[in-house]
Write a protein that binds this ligand. Structure first.
Ligand code: CS2
Ligand code: MG
Length: 412
């Protein structure tokens, strides 16, 4: 099992995806997701210029050794570009190993710990009636847990709010919380934390009154609050029994969560933009969070995220792996295999990809009555149609950004 060929495939069916495809001398192929939303081509260059030449001739069976080699030999460790590139190699090697063994990757990771993965979807609405419709439509699609994002009176555009009537996968408009819009410049949005903090508890009260006490509800703060603001929000939301409050404070300051934690029993989730166990180390050890939001694609692959989650398990902290549409079907499959096998699975984020994406990536996962399963094909269970991929060339797309009312740039 010698790596013979390594190709970096960029395609933009509904949005941009970067995929690494490895082929061995005995004809096995493996896929890895290297998509870094809004900075995709930096990872393409990292892979093409610096990783692919090192892989040719290497033993495809040595997953851990290859990971350590790529991580340590670079000397300049960590960071989203490096870790997305290494993640793609790690995933592709697990895919190959599964195919060589004739087993789905979750079997190689220890076998299934459950029958399926409970997943949450994204409901949103500028006003309550639209939000309620969106929650109902998610329930009709089978979702048993729902993230709630809403408009704030006085603010024009907000992260996480669907463009009404937009189709899933339509990247020319904002749908659900789809943030990357194609174009040469990021779109500017507005933000006012005070208006948000005053508005949000009433929204959750209305949702609880409408949908009852049992539906698991989540909310994403997208790193926009200071610690004391987040503490206030966590307290104010306690009566509505959230499954989690996500990314309440900026990702760089893990210490902030200590203050939030001291004030509220609302469960906390963080980590979609973390890229190594080092970002999680202290907040896991000090039990400042309840869910690890790391993505296989951005944490360096299945191997290091499994280690991080095993460490989290020692503190009764569970997984809540990132799963927006900017994680490709390959990255999603990797998350499902990992989630199925670990004991401390919590919940999986699941947004549906668009129809074009599903044509480029042939997938074997199932979505049944609110539960995901990666399927039983050998490897990750995803194949890439290279010809179809070639019909969707890369298009520049940026995430939006925020300015406060006085014009100051703010976390979006
Ligand atoms: C979001 C992300 O899914 C989430 O929780 O915060 O979708 C995030 O906005 C995107 O991944 C950015 O690319
Ligand atoms: Mg998030």
């Amino acid at each position: 099992m010698i790596i013979d060929k390594a190709e970096v495939i960029v395609t933009s069916p509904d949005r941009n995806f970067v995929t690494l495809k490895l082929t061995t001398d005995d004809g096995l192929t493996g896929l890895g997701d290297a998509t870094l939303n809004g900075r995709e081509l930096a990872v393409v260059a990292y892979l093409t210029e610096h990783v692919v030449p090192l892989l040719i001739g290497a033993d495809a069976g040595r997953i851990e050794d290859t990971w350590q080699f790529l991580y340590r030999s670079a000397y300049w460790r960590r960071g989203p570009v490096t870790m997305a590139a290494i993640a793609a190699v790690d995933m592709a090697l697990w895919d190959i190993k599964g195919k060589a063994a004739g087993m789905p990757v979750y079997q190689l990771l220890g076998g299934a710990s459950r029958n399926g993965l409970m997943a949450y979807g994204h409901a949103s609405g500028k006003e309550l009636p639209e939000l309620f419709d969106s929650i109902r439509s998610h329930q009709e699609q089978g979702y048993k847990a729902i993230r709630v994002q809403t408009g704030v009176p006085t603010l024009k555009a907000i992260y996480g709010i669907a463009a009404q009537g937009a189709e899933v996968g339509d990247a020319s408009v904002r749908y659900d919380h789809e943030p990357a819009r194609r174009g040469a410049k990021p779109v500017e949005e507005d933000w006012d934390t005070r208006a948000y903090l005053n508005h949000l508890p009433g929204v959750f009260e209305a949702v609880r009154n409408e949908f009852g006490p049992d539906l698991p509800l989540l909310h994403d703060g997208h790193h926009r609050m200071t610690p004391i603001q987040a503490a206030r929000l966590g307290k104010d939301l306690e009566p509505y029994d959230l499954f989690w409050l996500e990314d309440c404070t900026p990702a760089e300051n893990q210490e902030a969560l200590r203050l939030v934690r001291q004030h509220t029993t609302t469960p906390l989730a963080i980590g979609e933009i973390f890229n190594t166990v080092w970002d999680f180390k202290d907040i896991i050890r000090d039990q400042l969070i309840d869910y690890v939001r790391g993505a296989v694609t951005h944490m360096g692959g299945i191997s290091p995220l499994k280690k991080t989650l095993d460490y989290a398990a020692m503190y009764q902290i569970k997984s809540g792996m990132h799963g927006p549409t900017d994680i490709s079907p390959v990255g999603m499959a990797a998350a499902m295999h990992l989630g199925l096998s670990i004991h401390n699975f919590g919940i999986q984020e699941y947004m549906r990809h668009g129809a074009k994406t599903d044509r480029v990536f042939e997938q074997s996962f199932t979505w049944t009555d609110g539960y995901l399963h990666p399927g039983d094909k050998p490897g990750l269970g995803v194949e890439l149609d290279v010809d179809e991929a070639g019909t969707y060339p890369y298009e520049q797309a940026y995430l939006p950004y925020n300015r406060l009312l006085d014009g100051t740039v703010h976390d979006w």
